[in-house]
Design a protein around this ligand. Structure first.
Ligand SMILES: [Zn+2]
Ligand SMILES: [Zn+2]
Length: 60
């Protein structure tokens, strides 16, 4: 099961075109694996988002 990082709904639930576009510019709010709220930190080099269960996700 995979969740949208922006709106937190299941990826199979409707269209996430807008979400995908937004996520190119902003960090995800929700973990894609468990839908927990991510702890997001924005810094000059980009951002990092952390799930308390799944760990860090960093902008590439
Ligand atoms: Zn979405
Ligand atoms: Zn997670």
């Amino acid at each position: 099961m995979s969740y949208c990082g922006r709106c937190g709904r299941e990826l199979t639930d409707g269209s996430h075109e807008d979400c995908r576009r937004a996520l190119e510019l902003e960090p995800p709010r929700y973990c894609a694996s468990c839908r927990r709220r991510m702890i997001v930190q924005v810094h000059p080099m980009g951002w990092s988002a952390r799930c308390s269960v799944h760990g860090n996700l960093t902008a590439s």
